[in-house]
Design a protein around this ligand. Structure first.
Ligand SMILES: [Mg+2]
Length: 161
């Protein structure tokens, strides 16, 4: 089976195993300073994503990730587009966030975040990953994970009120 083109391993290709899934914006990265770029009716997604490198980290969820990394692989599943992959991996390195695999949204994928992430869960499973828990700040994604049998912890970012 061919590895999906929107997957990046941090160091090396790991044998897929039990994993924890973390979202990025609103869960690991604090996007509060750029949320105004998505204010209707002038939603500027390009500017929103271009500013992602200056986010601060949410220390509480980063600590949770570190604790889980002792026993599970860490898979980051973000709806950020592939086009900001290097900004994203630089940010993760700068904040010393451990992960095994980063999954980003293909640039041509215009579906709702929950549809894209549902595909991501199915692909992870088909490669042998066993998602044990997920962390999300978008209730639509929380519901999607739970509907796929993945327990999901809701993190309140306030971005979706
Ligand atoms: Mg999010």
């Amino acid at each position: 089976m061919e590895i999906p083109s929107n997957w990046w391993w941090r160091e090396q290709v790991a044998d897929p195993a039990a994993c924890a899934i973390f979202d990025m914006d609103g869960v690991l990265s604090d996007a509060t300073g750029r949320q105004h770029l998505l204010t209707w009716p002038r939603r500027d997604w390009d500017a929103f994503f271009a500013a992602a490198g200056s986010d601060t980290v949410f220390g509480d969820t980063a600590t949770m990730l570190d604790l889980l990394a002792a026993s599970l692989q860490i898979v980051l599943v973000t709806a950020r587009p592939i086009s900001i992959r290097s900004d994203t991996t630089d940010w993760l390195a700068r904040h010393e966030i451990t992960y095994d695999l980063l999954v980003m949204r293909p640039d041509m994928d215009r579906r709702a975040s929950s549809a894209y992430k549902k595909t991501a869960v199915d692909e992870l499973r088909s490669f042998g990953f066993d998602p044990r828990i997920a962390f999300e700040d978008d209730v639509r994604n929380v519901e999607m994970f739970r509907s796929r049998g993945v327990p999901c912890v809701y993190i309140h970012s306030g971005y979706y009120d």
